[in-house]
Design a protein around this ligand. Structure first.
Ligand code: DAH
Length: 371
């Protein structure tokens, strides 16, 4: 029996080494280890043996099975490597040749809207600021007057990172420096800007944000734009004028009516939610119209809370300001008429051809920000 097994091993390993391609190798595998395979049949005989026989035969048959399985895995890796090398050698690309076709892509509506926002706010004296997408607890929550026990933390459906969880368990976490979550909003850029720049401050911060949420109007990654103004003597009146000017420029019409609703955000006091009036055109909601048929909520805003200004080392009796935050994907949907958010992130070239913008059409205030 031992003799037979040794012969069988030799025979199988020779066949495996001689397999010239993945198909041939798979045939070897089926012959030895498949349902009707020789080794499979041997394994089945174990059940009918006496315990004494099994003690001797078991390890030998298992050893054979292992040797053959390892032989197949090694040969497979070798064949795959050779196939890749051959493919790389045959698919050379001469990067010095001129392109023979225009790229098929277009500017994504989200990129387009971000460019439009930057253009509109630049005209009002705002710079563009950025911050990291992997944030600390402190910048994303605490400094924005959302302490650890605040219910808003639960509402944000935060993605926490293992590195933060590990640091907490090890007792080495520091809420100001341990990057422990994916930012749930662009508001931490307010904090980073106030800490790194002296007022007066006027910035917008467009970017990616993350929440564990998914349906026709929510995706786990989405885009927001944050706005922040810090100066002396800033009032709610400045906020209203700025946002009205922005919304009119963005939707490219003057007959825009805004509705300010009292609301609550931990980082602003008072807080207001802003709705824009829409009119029904052939059953579709279109932003604008002097006499709105209804209202669409478009952004959250308010006067920056004293505690937030203090957390950034500024004196709230000297500096005041307003802030706002707004979903960019939603702005794009309202302006360009998409009603499902999910295709934004499918990378489907047909959708991009339909909704995308020419890379040569840069939004400008004089030429029209709508392209
Ligand atoms: N960060 C808020 C959110 O994601 C939006 C927001 C509301 C931002 C009010 C602001 C603000 O700056 O003042 O829901």
């Amino acid at each position: 029996m031992t003799q037979d097994l040794n012969q069988m091993r030799e025979h199988m390993l020779t066949a495996i080494a001689a397999a010239s391609g993945l198909d041939a190798l798979d045939a070897c595998r089926v012959e030895a280890l498949g349902k009707q395979g020789t080794i499979t049949a041997l394994l089945k005989t174990l059940g009918k043996m006496t315990p004494e026989e099994r003690l001797v035969q078991g390890p030998q048959i298992q050893g054979l099975r292992e040797a053959v399985a390892n032989g197949i895995a090694e040969r497979k890796a070798t064949l795959e490597r050779a196939a890749l090398d051959a493919r790389l050698a045959s698919e050379t690309l001469d990067m010095t040749l001129p392109a023979d076709a225009m790229p098929a892509g277009t500017i994504h509506p989200v990129s387009q809207v971000m460019d439009e926002l930057a253009e509109i706010f630049a005209d009002l004296g705002f710079a563009v600021a950025t911050g990291p997408e992997i944030e600390t607890d402190w910048h994303n929550f605490t400094a924005l007057n959302i302490p650890e026990t605040h219910p808003a933390r639960a509402m944000h459906d935060t993605f926490y990172l293992q590195q933060g969880i590990d640091a907490k368990a090890a007792g080495t976490a520091d809420e100001k420096t341990t990057f422990s979550l994916l930012r749930t909003h662009t508001s931490p850029v307010q904090i980073r800007t106030m800490l790194s720049q002296k007022p007066p401050i006027r910035i917008i911060a467009p970017g990616r944000t993350y929440r564990s949420d998914s349906d026709a109007t929510h995706t786990p990654m989405f885009h927001q734009v944050e706005g922040l103004v810090i100066d002396k003597g800033i009032t709610l009146g400045h906020l209203k004028w700025t946002l009205e000017t922005f919304v009119k420029a963005f939707f490219e019409r003057d007959d825009i009516v805004l509705r300010l609703r009292p609301s609550y955000f931990p980082f602003t006091e008072p807080s207001v939610e802003i709705d824009v009036g829409y009119t029904l055109v052939k059953g579709k909601r279109v932003v604008g119209g002097a006499e709105p048929d209804g209202w669409l909520e478009i952004l959250g805003s308010g006067m920056v809370h004293r505690k937030v200004i203090e957390a950034c080392g500024l004196d709230p009796d000297e500096w005041q300001g307003f802030a706002f935050g707004c979903g960019i994907d939603r702005l794009a949907m309202l302006k360009y008429g998409m009603d499902d958010l999910r295709p934004f992130f499918d990378g489907d070239i047909r959708w991009l051809k339909h909704y995308g913008f020419s890379s040569l059409d840069v939004p400008t205030l004089s030429g029209g920000v709508g392209a």
